[in-house]
Design a protein around this ligand. Sequence first.
Ligand SMILES: Cc1ncc(COP(=O)(O)O)c(C=O)c1O
Length: 223
Amino acid sequence: GGMGRIWIVVESLYSMDGDFAPLKDMVALADRHDAFLMVDEAHATGVYGEQGRGLTVPYEGRENLLVVHTCGKALGAAGALVTASGVLRDFMVNRCRPFIFATAPSPLMAVAVREAILILQQEPERQQRLTKLVAFAHREMRERGWKSPSDSQIVPCIVGDNARTMRLASALQARGFDIRGIRPPTVPAGTARLRISLTLNVGEDDVRAMLDALIEETKGELQ
Ligand SMILES: Cc1ncc(COP(=O)(O)O)c(C=O)c1O
C-alpha cells in the first residue's frame, strides 16, 4: 500500500555465512511485484559466472535488475561498478548525490579494473582453479567429519563465544594461517566465528594443513 516502486536488495553470496541468495526466486518475486532487484555481487564478482561476471549472469539484460560489482575484492583494485539497463544508468547519473558531488574515481583505478576484467576474460583457468580448490576444501572438511554451512569460497567456522573465537584466530595465525575472527555486531550475537576465505594464494596442501590445524585447535568441536 506504499507509494512508489519496491526495491529488493540482496547479496548474491553472503559475506559472513558464505551462502547463496535464491536469485531465481528473487527475480520472480521482483517480476511479480513490478519491483527492482538490486544484487550486490561483492563476493561473487571474479569468482562465479561466465568470465567472473557473478551469479546474476543468467539474468543479465533485465530492465528491473541492477548489479553492483565491487572492485576491491577479487578484482584487486578499489571502488565499484554498477551494471544496469540504460534507463537505470541515466537515472543514477542524474540523481545519485554521491556520484554527482564526490570527486571522480582516479583514472588509474579504472585502468587497474579494466586490466583485472581482461584477465578474467583471457585466463578462465584461474576461476576454474579456484572452483576446484573450493570443492577440494569442502571434500576434505567432510572427510574430517566437519561440514561447514557454506558451499562457497567463504567458509565460516562458528565458535559462538567471542573470546574463544579470538584466541583460536590468534593460535591459527601463529601457525601461519591468515584466519580472522569475526564478532558481533558484524555477525549476530552468539555466532562469533572464524572466517576462512579460500583464494588462489593457497594450494591443496595449505588447505589440508589449515584444516588439520583448525581441528587440532578446536579439539574436534567444530560446528
Ligand atoms: C557485501 C559487500 N558489499 C560491498 C562492500 C564494499 O566494498 P568496498 O569497501 O570495496 O567499497 C563490502 C565490503 O566488504 C561487502 O562485504
